[in-house]
Design a protein around this ligand. Structure first.
Ligand code: PHE
Length: 387
């Protein structure tokens, strides 16, 4: 019969009729208490919370008011003791109670060490380690670290880059925090021009803003071209982030991605622009794709055009992707305005050029049939892991 069984019975039921038996019985209780304490101290705990939990469990086992072992001894042994045995049981019980104070949680916690090797964590399962040797359950599956993947917008950016790199274009980048001069003035957008309203947005100070398009890189690239005394033409694409004071909705985001294309050489015409963009659209959306150019206005190009491609989903028949029109508008473009060439230090009498600007996010939405631009920037793994 172990201690737990014995405390459930009275001394009489246990056959204790003399003082010597009582003393021996209490000695047995003290030994049990001490060895349980020592076992916990020897084992230690893997962390502070685990230690506190273990200490509290042992404390409750012995000292809980209702069914702790000491209370049961009080109820069943002391209170029920025969008159002749009461004094000796009383003395032994008081002694036990004093000794049992070492089972208070704080007293235990002082002696139980937190050790890294006490418990090994494997996939949320706690495997107890006996002192010195560690039991690891080797048949459990290991920890699998999820692999990341390339963000869909960057994936499409690289796809577009590849097409233009294949045509001999180079990648050029510029700062996202841009000067008002490069973002507007050098691009033929004076302070008083009404077209500035759309883009006159996120300022850092009166001369600096978060660029509203990648077009300022046109000027920076021309300046570099002149500075370095380069020969031949200037053929670049400029991917990067842009910012506008737009409220986020399904098709707008205050931060988005653009890619500018710029070709400057001694005999560039609008035909080169059309040919290049038509080739690009076929490469990106498929050989059946047709392009359509509509006149529009940009202060930095003249003439200016908007480019639509035939819907790659319905092939121009009209569907949800193209909003039943058969066409998807994807780019702005035009011949670089002579004043812009001048601002970049290039002689418009000798050189001409074309430029385009496209929204990479919009291309990505068109490519994958995504109807909400916000999905790109919410970082939801359930969305991103599909790419
Ligand atoms: N910068 C223009 C925009 O953000 C796009 C564009 C670039 C148009 C180059 C023509 C030429 O809307």
């Amino acid at each position: 019969m172990n201690i737990d069984d014995k405390v459930g019975k009275t001394l009489q039921e246990l056959g204790m009729t003399d003082a010597a038996g009582v003393v021996a019985l209490f000695a047995e209780v003290r030994t049990a208490m001490e060895s349980e304490r020592e076992a916990l101290v020897a084992r230690g705990a893997s962390s502070d919370p685990v230690r506190d939990q273990l200490c509290k469990a042992l404390r409750d086992r012995w000292l809980a008011r209702k069914s702790g072992l000491v209370s049961l001894i009080d109820e069943n042994w002391l209170k029920m003791a025969m008159k002749e045995l009461k004094p000796v049981v009383g003395r032994q019980f008081n002694q036990l109670r004093q000794l049992a104070s070492c089972m208070e949680t704080e007293a235990l916690a002082r002696d139980v060490q937190v050790r890294r090797d006490a418990v090994v964590q494997v996939r949320g399962l706690q495997l107890e380690a006996s002192a010195g040797s560690v039991n690891v359950e080797v048949t459990l599956p290991g920890l699998r670290r999820p692999l990341g993947s390339i963000h869909p917008v960057i994936r499409v950016q690289r796809e577009i880059e590849d097409i233009f790199l294949g045509l001999g274009f180079k990648i050029e980048t510029g700062p996202e925090i841009e000067s008002v001069y490069y973002n507007f003035d050098a691009l033929n957008i004076p302070e008083t021009h009404s077209s500035r309203d759309d883009w006159d947005t996120i300022y850092v100070d009166s001369k600096t803003l978060l660029r509203t398009h990648t077009s300022p890189v046109q000027i920076r690239a021309m300046e570099r071209y002149v500075r370095e005394g380069s020969q031949g033409g200037l053929y670049i694409i400029t991917p990067g982030k842009c910012y506008r004071n737009d409220n986020p909705d399904a098709t707008h985001s205050p931060m988005f991605h653009q890619m500018e294309g710029l070709a400057i050489d001694t005999d560039i015409t609008f035909a080169d622009l059309k040919g290049t963009l038509d080739f690009f659209a076929k490469k990106f959306f498929g050989e059946k794709t047709r392009t359509s150019f509509h006149p529009t206005f940009f202060p930095f190009t003249e003439p200016s055009g908007e480019v639509a491609v035939s819907c790659h989903v319905c092939d121009g028949q009209g569907c949800r992707t193209c909003k039943e029109s058969g066409w998807i508008e994807l780019m702005g473009c035009g011949m670089v305005h002579p004043q812009v060439l001048k601002n970049g230090g290039i002689d418009p009498e000798r050189y001409s050029g074309w430029a385009f600007g496209l929204g990479i996010d919009r291309f990505t939405m068109a490519r994958y049939g995504i109807n909400d631009i916000q999905l790109f920037f919410q970082g939801d793994v359930r969305f991103l892991e599909q790419f």
